[in-house]
Ligand binder design. Sequence first.
Ligand code: KG4
Ligand code: ZN
Length: 363
Amino acid sequence: MCLAMTYNTLMIILGIETTCDETSAALVEWTGDAQGRILSNVVLSQIGEHAEFGGVVPEIAARAHVETLDTVIAKAMREAGLSFAALDGVAAAAGPGLIGGVIVGLTMAKAIALVHDKSLIAVNHLEAHALTARLTDGTAFPYCLFLASGGHTQILGVRGVGDYLRLGGTVDDAIGEAFDKTAKLLGLGYPGGPLVEKEATRGDPQRFALPRPMTGRRDANFSLSGLKTALRLEAEKIAPLSDGDVADLCASFQQAVGEVVMDRLRTGLRMFREQVGMPTALVCAGGVAANQAIRKVLHRVAFEVGISLVAPPPALCTDNGAMIAWAGAERLALGLTDPLDIAPRARWPLEEVTKAPARKAVQ
Ligand code: KG4
Ligand code: ZN
């Protein structure tokens, strides 16, 4: 007998995401046996409000979430054709993230759950990224996740809901952050990833001998800040920069990042096989996975191991409410709900996420 309550029937969950610069709400239907259907997924990006600062400004983000979240939720409910009475649970990202935004989303979820007498599920934002491949592709446990966004760079073993093994992570900048800082240095704008990728397509990836930090190490960690500094020094040496110089710097940077990802993922996958066994797939998530050069590397590494690459569509790889609703459904199906006084968390490592109690042996 399982200690946790289990649902096999239909459930509808509202998911709220406000940890960074996207205000999002979504409704997801759980159709039993871990099958899902997105009924609505409204994402309002704040990129325009942060662009002039070259990065996300926490106070501006929190204020924008306050101003728009109720409208975003109302739109998600309208698009799904549902009222709050139809919900089984309300899930919100309770961290990690920019604390002002997290407070806005979690408080809203608590209010809806309290007023309409629904279960509250406080979702870890990273867990939501980690479980998205199950919503989009029905990926079975255990799988290896490469999460690379503006705020996170991690290689994880995903063994089950609430059961994660951290195989590697960045010791300084996230990969997306390194792309953004490179773009800023070269005067390309924000967010930098797509702009650097575009410049790189017409540049020479061999022109600048940039370092490949951490490659060859036995652990699967990343370090990106040295690469960024090396790029700055190369740019300063040849300033003022021509259009061709900018393209060559972008291409050389992207080439270096790709080689670092390849080496670190090979190591991460080896660690996975030693510690967990054979993964069912390599799954990617986060905005950086949209980069075609990085995507090629991921395909190659997965091919070497003999597994497939699962890449959810870009709209579900980046921050969105549907992934929060889905993680909420996975947790609610295991009876994992949270009290209304649960606290928002700026820092919340995946290892600290709770999992369902182990099944009791049948006597
Ligand atoms: O997952 P995401 O939308 O938001 C969070 O950071 O949570 O990821 C955004 C990050 C930004 O740093 C952006 O520059 C990067 O992903 N990114 C890319 C590309 N598209 C987005 N990096 C490299 N190449 C891209 N094509
Ligand atoms: Zn994210």
